[in-house]
Design a protein around this ligand. Structure first.
Ligand SMILES: Nc1ncnc2c1ncn2[C@@H]1O[C@H](COP(=O)(O)OP(=O)(O)O)[C@@H](O)[C@H]1O
Ligand SMILES: [Mg+2]
Length: 418
């Protein structure tokens, strides 16, 4: 006890006598901490540089040669927030060099790379900035902004950019994925964002086909021009197909009347003639599409057939009429400013009676290696484990982008499900 007290006293004495020593001690501790932090940083970045070196990206260059002509390239690596920044010391190194080894870089950093940009500044070394995937934890319908005329919001990308679709570019969007992958939610968010634009509210008739309806019935309350058909009910299904047929015919006739006047039209969405008002544009949704666009065939029932067999045949004929209409929409309606969203569990062309390969804009959730290669040209893309509950690969305008669709809180449940 005694000795401890006396030691403290001794320290007190020294400090009292020599304030310089106090500063030195403080500075020493500070320096020590700085060195530890630095060592950690160096250790981390060294490991990464070593990996890059193995790949030939990073080469130590003797200092005296850096300014010489023979100097090989060297890059600096910096991790800032979720961005990885490479500083190039060579003007010949291109962005493509990095893209080619995207898989390798993803492996080193254990994160998905979603974008790379090269930034050149006057009198500074060019930099390559690599963006890692970073989706918001909570992305809902409240985050959807009002889209421009003809557009709807598909989702947000891993770098926080909005991915929209213009219905003047394609006439159909396919949404494919396993059960509970978020297809119906994705379709709902497309509808919700589309109808935020007041021009769309006024000029677009929403025509919905769904098996059992639960996912879409709430639009009836919020969208004025909305017709919903439950395809599990044969009479409703037939009525829906007839309705759609009539609406499409209106457009064919309208187009003829405009052409007869000798008027040139790029797209009827941007066209308005007060002397000859156009019909309502169409926003058509078919969910559970493989249920009624499937590649089955049913024989005509004989005279002794049961009612069930007759109904089954009747349903089959109705399906075939819808198949014809879907093909017609894909071929002709882009120019009319009409649009179709097709949701389905199956992403195999052979499962459909429609001309499936005409679908150029697609939202895809997790799928097999074969389907990934088939649909995206990359056999690994759809193996991504995070592609579920609202995360999809969006194929559009020849580009592949991973997106997250907004979560739609369904405000209305059908009777009996409260
Ligand atoms: N964007 C999203 N964000 C969060 N959860 C989602 C999202 N989309 C879907 N989900 C969840 O996944 C479940 C299934 O979605 P749903 O659209 O019904 O799938 P599918 O139509 O593919 O069967 C929903 O009940 C919801 O909880
Ligand atoms: Mg669904």
């Amino acid at each position: 006890m005694k000795s401890i007290t006396s030691r403290f006293q001794a320290i007190d004495l020294v400090l009292e006598n020599d304030p310089l020593l106090l500063v030195c001690a403080g500075g020493g501790v500070f320096l020590f901490l700085v060195v530890i932090v630095l060592l950690r940083v160096i250790k981390k970045s060294k490991l990464k540089l070593k990996d890059l070196k193995a790949k030939g990206y990073y080469q130590e260059t003797p200092k005296d040669e850096v300014r010489g002509k023979k100097a090989s390239f060297k890059i600096g690596v910096q991790l800032k927030r979720k961005k990885l920044i490479f500083t190039k010391y060579s003007r010949t190194m291109t962005l493509e060099n990095f893209w080619q080894d995207k898989n390798f870089l993803e492996h080193i950093y254990g994160q998905k790379i979603v974008d790379m940009k090269s930034i050149k500044r006057f009198l500074r070394q060019p930099k390559i900035i690599i963006y890692f995937e970073d989706f918001p934890a909570n992305y809902t319908e409240e985050d959807i902004k009002t889209p421009e005329r003809g557009e709807f919001h598909v989702g947000i990308t891993g770098t926080g950019e909005e991915q929209n679709q213009d219905i003047r570019d394609e006439s159909v969007l396919g949404v494919f994925g396993q059960k509970s992958s978020g297809k119906s939610n994705a379709i709902n968010s497309c509808i919700t964002s589309f109808y935020k634009n007041s021009y769309h509210t006024k000029h677009f008739d929403l025509i919905l086909f769904d098996f059992k309806l639960n996912d879409f019935i709430h639009h009836k309350k919020t969208i004025k021009n909305c017709s919903i058909f439950d395809t599990s009910d044969l009479e409703q299904f037939k009525r829906g197909v007839e309705y759609l047929e009539r609406k499409l015919l209106e457009w064919t006739e309208y187009k003829r009347s405009v052409l007869e006047k000798g008027v040139q039209v790029q797209n009827f969405l941007d066209f308005d003639d007060p002397t000859n008002p156009k019909p309502m544009h169409l926003f058509i949704v078919i969910d559970e599409a493989s249920q009624f666009l499937s590649n089955r065939s049913v024989k005509a029932p004989g005279s002794k057939a049961s009612q069930k067999e007759k109904d089954n045949y009747e349903r089959f004929l109705t399906e075939r009429r819808l198949v014809g209409l879907v093909d017609f929409i894909m071929d002709t309606q882009r120019y009319m400013g009409n649009f179709l969203i097709l949701g389905s569990q199956s992403s195999r062309a052979g499962d459909y009676a429609i001309r499936f390969t005409n679908i150029k804009s697609i939202l895809l959730s997790r799928d097999t290696k074969a389907q990934s290669l088939n649909l995206t040209g990359d056999s690994n893309l759809l193996l991504d484990r995070s592609l579920y509950k609202g995360k999809f690969i969006y194929v559009g305008n020849g580009k592949l982008t991973k997106v997250m669709t907004p979560f739609i809180k369904t405000p209305f449940k059908p009777p009996g499900e409260e």
